[in-house]
Design a binder for this molecule. Structure first.
Ligand SMILES: [Zn+2]
Length: 115
């Protein structure tokens, strides 16, 4: 038996990042949100879902997905009411997506290079 320094992974990518976003309260006091990467397409140039996250910290747990369209454009999806309400008609993504974009920019550019 040799000792290893390999870290335990639970199958899925266990990347978790935190961000302070305007909270769900009326005052929108910044509150901690947690993004947990739940899916990562092994082929980052493939069409379809590239990455997805669970977002915790709001009233509910939301799901964010990054989709690569046939044209090669990346499109963000979030399950929150905010995104559903105005996401289709406005270019501006909801705060969860914006928070993730701000946070994970470096990481995403590595993972989703060429997007
Ligand atoms: Zn959202």
């Amino acid at each position: 038996m040799s000792t290893t320094t390999k870290t335990t992974r639970q199958g899925l990518a266990a990347d978790v990042v935190f961000a302070a976003l305007p909270g769900p309260t009326r005052k929108r006091t910044p509150s901690p949100y947690c993004y947990r990467l739940t899916y990562q397409n092994p082929d980052s140039s493939a069409e379809g879902c590239v990455l997805s996250w669970d977002v915790m910290g709001g009233r509910e747990v939301y799901q964010i997905a990054l989709e690569r369209q046939a044209s090669g454009r990346l499109r963000w999806h979030c399950s929150c009411a905010d995104a559903v309400y105005r996401g289709e008609t406005r270019a501006k993504p909801c705060k969860h997506v914006r928070g993730l974009q701000a946070l994970g920019r470096d990481k995403l550019e590595v993972t989703v290079a060429g997007g």
